[in-house]
Design a binder for this molecule. Structure first.
Ligand code: FES
Ligand code: CO
Length: 328
């Protein structure tokens, strides 16, 4: 599966601390853990001895100890110690199955195909390096929807007036002006997307015309940037970028995080998260209702209008990229 060559988020960095954490990515069970140097590891959640879950074990002296017979595995995956045979030196083949793991955007990223050097890069987020924007994560949300359906919802402005009425839209101002979409190596870029929003962000003081840019940065990741009329916001120079990061857990269920980047260093984290939480929990029941749960890549399977240009381009991209997980 080509998806195995991509980096996917599997957990919040902060949640992988002293004890191993279980995660599931692309129908694969993982044990995530951190060694003494602080480096994070993503292994198959199965001990090569008798198949116990390594995520139930613990970290001792920088090694992962299996919960069953206490075999200890070093950061490379090699078994260093078998307590039942203290004098035994395990051969090179006594190894846990390892995957590639990295940290970025406040998350642990995993590439199941550990050999795929030179494969797709981690999804870019330009706001990450912008010191004028404060970053924080929101989630996880466990959603009974496929990852590609969630990406499409994120790219979609035509639902604002209905799903987010009174917040990101109004049913009487639901018309979508024409916007531009161009394919990119990672997906697409949509520009000039405009919406009239009653409460476009936490600091809105008045309804505003808001201009959006959307970028698909990986099969299951996207970024939006929104800039409202300056007069409608209580903070000077307000702008925000939001990255959507999805862990495709199974073809029909997902774990979702948002990385918020906002020109606001004063508001407490919880208040910033609460706005995003309100918006996403409006989306969630509709997302979970969509059938088929897997995104149809046959362009004739559902109906499209010019307002759906971004989602149509996304489907084309997935088809051309050979994505099979979460689509039909
Ligand atoms: Fe892991 Fe035996 S099953 S040590
Ligand atoms: Co929405």
């Amino acid at each position: 599966m080509i998806e195995h060559q991509h980096w996917h988020p599997a957990a919040l960095s902060a949640d992988v601390a002293q004890t191993p954490v279980a995660a599931r990515l692309l129908d694969t069970d993982l044990a995530l853990w951190r060694d003494d140097t602080g480096a994070v590891h993503a292994w198959a959640d199965r001990c090569p001895h008798r198949g116990a879950r390594l995520s139930l074990g613990r970290v001792r002296d920088g090694q992962l100890e299996c919960p069953y017979h206490g075999w200890r595995f070093g950061p490379s995956g090699h078994c260093e110690h078998v307590p039942a045979l203290p004098a035994f030196a395990p051969p090179a083949g006594h190894c846990a199955q390892t995957h590639a793991a990295r940290e970025a955007h406040g998350l642990v990223w995993v590439r199941l195909d550990a050999q795929a050097e030179g494969g797709p890069a981690l999804p870019a987020f330009a706001a990450e390096g912008d010191a004028r924007l404060r970053k924080l994560n929101c989630g996880p949300y466990d959603v009974a929807a496929s990852a590609p359906r969630i990406v499409e919802n994120f790219l979609d402005m035509a639902h604002f007036g209905f799903v987010h009425e009174g917040w990101l839209g109004a049913r009487d101002a639901a018309a979508i002006e024409s916007y531009a979409v161009q394919p990119t190596p990672t997906g697409l870029l949509a520009t000039g997307c405009k919406a009239w929003q009653p409460q476009s962000n936490l600091h809105s003081t008045a309804p505003a015309q808001v201009e959006y840019t959307y970028e698909v940065t990986a099969p299951y990741a996207a970024v939006l940037t929104k800039v409202p009329d300056a007069a409608s916001v209580a903070i000077d120079g307000w702008r925000e970028s939001i990255a959507l990061y999805i862990c495709p857990v199974t073809p029909e269920s997902s774990r979702v995080w948002f990385r918020l980047a906002v020109a606001d260093f004063d508001t407490p984290d919880e208040k910033l998260r609460a706005f995003q939480h309100t918006i996403f929990t409006q989306d969630q029941p509709v997302l979970e209702s969509q059938l088929p749960k897997r995104l149809p890549l046959d362009l004739h399977a559902e109906l499209h209008t010019a307002a759906d240009r971004a989602s149509s381009a996304y489907r084309r991209h997935l088809r051309m990229a050979g994505i099979t997980f979460g689509v039909c």
